[in-house]
Design a protein around this ligand. Structure first.
Ligand SMILES: CC(C)(COP(=O)(O)OP(=O)(O)OC[C@H]1O[C@@H](n2cnc3c(N)ncnc32)[C@H](O)[C@@H]1OP(=O)(O)O)[C@@H](O)C(=O)NCCC(=O)NCCS
Length: 200
């Protein structure tokens, strides 16, 4: 996700897509039970560890604090057995939530942690009468695209050469609380010549 408040935000490119389950405990058949709560200052070392293991160009502590100082920015962590196993940073806007940063600990992937964090966000949408969640994801970050697709997000826009560090594009992905039929029509590129032919 181009996690980003700024038009050219730091890279969101996972460095390790491999699931690791060795550290996890509990009943994994039903997913790993996590508590999702506000991020507090003393969570930062663990959050930074997850961030660095997850992205080639991780946010620094100052990046996190800079965002979290903003009034409309919220940080949450997923905790399991007093260990931070995931986090998310998002902004509150009038009609939507903008996801800026989102990651699960490498040791706790494919255990439903990310899924539970998204469920928390969706729950906030319905409580707060906001309609949608938006995020940006690098075109190379296939695992995140597949993850968000599995959570009913859809790619709705391409931001060409969106990043400072590469020429790759960003995909804007959107979750809508009340998806209409029109929202689900697949994107069909149309060239202008076809358009004029149709109109003639
Ligand atoms: C993307 C990410 C947050 C997913 O978190 P997670 O806790 O592993 O996800 P979950 O276990 O809740 O996955 C739920 C479902 O999403 C899909 N999914 C998750 N990771 C996937 C992957 N790597 N490939 C394909 N599908 C995936 C699956 O359908 C999965 O269900 P399943 O495990 O029963 O098949 C995690 O891989 C991560 O932190 N990546 C690095 C950071 C990142 O890219 N963040 C997003 C930036 S846009």
């Amino acid at each position: 996700m181009s996690w980003g408040h700024s038009p050219k935000p730091p890279s969101r490119h996972s460095s390790d897509p491999t699931p690791h389950q060795s550290d996890a405990d509990g009943d994994l058949s039903a997913g790993l039970k996590v508590q999702i709560r506000w991020l507090i200052r003393r969570d930062m070392p663990e959050v930074l560890e997850i961030e660095r293991a997850s992205f080639e160009q991780p946010w620094t502590e100052e990046d996190f604090l800079g965002h979290l100082r903003q009034r409309n920015c919220i940080g949450m962590v997923a905790e399991h057995n007093q260990r931070i196993v995931g986090f998310m940073i998002y902004e509150l806007h009038k009609a939507r939530l903008q996801l800026l940063n989102f990651a699960t600990s490498v040791d706790f992937r494919r255990l439903g942690v990310g899924l539970q964090m998204v469920a928390k966000l969706v729950d906030k949408l319905s409580q707060q009468r906001r309609q949608e969640i938006l995020l940006e994801v690098r075109e190379s970050n296939l695992q995140a695209q597949l993850f968000f697709k599995a959570q009913d997000f859809r790619a709705v826009r391409v931001l060409r050469t969106h990043y400072d560090d590469t020429t790759e594009d960003a995909y804007v992905m959107r979750y809508r609380l009340y998806e209409t039929a029109a929202d689900t029509i697949p994107f069909q590129p149309q060239n202008r010549i076809d358009f004029y032919n149709d109109a003639a």
